[in-house]
Design a binder for this molecule. Structure first.
Ligand SMILES: [Zn+2]
Length: 374
């Protein structure tokens, strides 16, 4: 990892400054991406931007900025985006500052003040190295500076055509991924949370351990079609399996369910009735668990745990214990109350309810060996 400190004049940075909206903001002769395409939007308000100009005019230092070297002589701002944009936007006639009670745009400043801005030097650390090194190092820098999300950090390292294309789908409020998945998947696309979820999903699907590994493998791909296709497959699968939508479906780990159960056959019209039934069942305390329960109950003997089914309260258990004289009905041995557990005589799955008449006490050992788990 190489970190080279450099003082760069505002005049040089402002050279060929261009704000291309969604296509990014560039400067420094076109070699610096202040904001790469589809990145978080400018968030300083005017008062904050004016404060930056006042600092510059007084010749006071702004904090150190970090640029990442992305090519032979190309860079991307990792830290310092807002400060750099403030100066650029002032010089681009986007706002004015107040000096001695009067408003000044850049072109009404006196020459010495104008030159004070243009000759002001940004203190920039230019970072160059292996991607994994950069990522580790950025995490450290991040602690001191602004808070980038994990995925924003990864994006600052694994740049390239693949990433630009992935951001087209997964970044920004109105992106295609948000529109497609909003009913099912939570996450702020501006903070790259949707992209992160899709990546996490596809990594599990392809048995890849780290998101960075996937990004490293694909960073030079011409497009992110594979990831986008995967994400669409997930959502379309959910819509097919559970054709009726309920708001508690939002925020579940659908990518994970798709990876795990996507190849199994389900009868979706039957599932639809069962979702309805389970939602109305008072014994089911965790309604959000219904969907995975229906996906896995044929293969997972413990699927009932997903529903957080009602259990017997202490009063019912003490009554059953004294009724049984402390004898476990399975092994016939006598136990202390604390050595036993409440059990449904007729299990929930066969229509048994959590009522005193359906309660029995089993010793812990016998209870653990029970095959009817719920
Ligand atoms: Zn027993």
């Amino acid at each position: 990892m190489k970190i080279e400190p450099k003082q760069i004049k505002v005049r040089e940075v402002f050279d060929s400054y261009a704000d291309n909206g969604d296509d990014g903001v560039f400067a420094y002769g076109g070699r610096l991406a202040i904001r790469p395409p589809y990145q978080r939007e400018f968030v300083y308000n005017t008062a904050q931007a004016q404060a930056v100009i006042h600092t510059v005019l007084k010749g006071f230092p702004l904090n150190v900025m970090y640029w990442v070297k992305t090519g032979n002589d190309t860079y991307e701002v990792l830290d310092g985006q807002q400060r750099t944009l403030s100066v650029m936007q002032f010089l681009d006639h986007k706002f004015s500052v107040t000096l001695d009670g009067k408003q000044y745009y850049w072109d009404s400043l006196t020459d010495d003040k104008y030159n004070a801005i243009m000759d002001y030097e940004f203190m920039v650390y230019i970072c160059e190295g292996e991607e994994s090194e950069k990522l580790e190092w950025f995490k450290v820098v991040n602690i001191a500076g602004k808070k980038l999300s994990e995925q924003e950090l990864r994006n600052s390292v694994y740049t390239g055509e693949w990433l630009s294309d992935a951001k087209r789908y997964f970044s920004k409020r109105n992106c295609a991924a948000k529109n497609l998945s909003d009913k099912y998947i939570t996450g702020d696309p501006n903070r790259q949370e949707l992209l992160e979820k899709a990546l996490k999903g596809i990594c599990e699907y392809q048995d890849i351990k780290e998101i960075t590994e996937y990004m490293a493998r694909h960073k030079s791909d011409a497009d992110a079609d594979e990831l986008w296709q995967y994400f669409q497959d997930v959502i379309h699968w959910v819509e097919k399996i559970f054709p009726k939508y309920f708001s508690d479906m939002k925020g579940l780990d659908w990518c994970h369910y798709y990876n795990k159960y996507g190849k199994k056959e389900y009868n979706s019209s039957k599932m639809k009735d069962e979702v309805k039934q389970l939602r109305e069942d008072d014994e089911v305390k965790k309604k959000k668990g219904i969907y995975e329960f229906l996906l896995c109950r044929d293969t997972d003997p413990f699927a009932g745990r997903l529903l957080n089914l009602r259990t017997f309260d202490k009063r019912d258990k003490i009554a059953a214990y004294s009724r049984q004289n402390g004898i476990c009905p399975v092994c016939g041995e006598r136990f202390e109350y604390d050595e036993m557990e409440g059990d449904h005589i007729k299990p929930w799955s066969k229509g048994g309810e959590t009522i005193p008449e359906n309660c029995q006490m089993l010793c812990k050992n016998c209870n653990a060996k029970k095959t009817d788990k719920y």
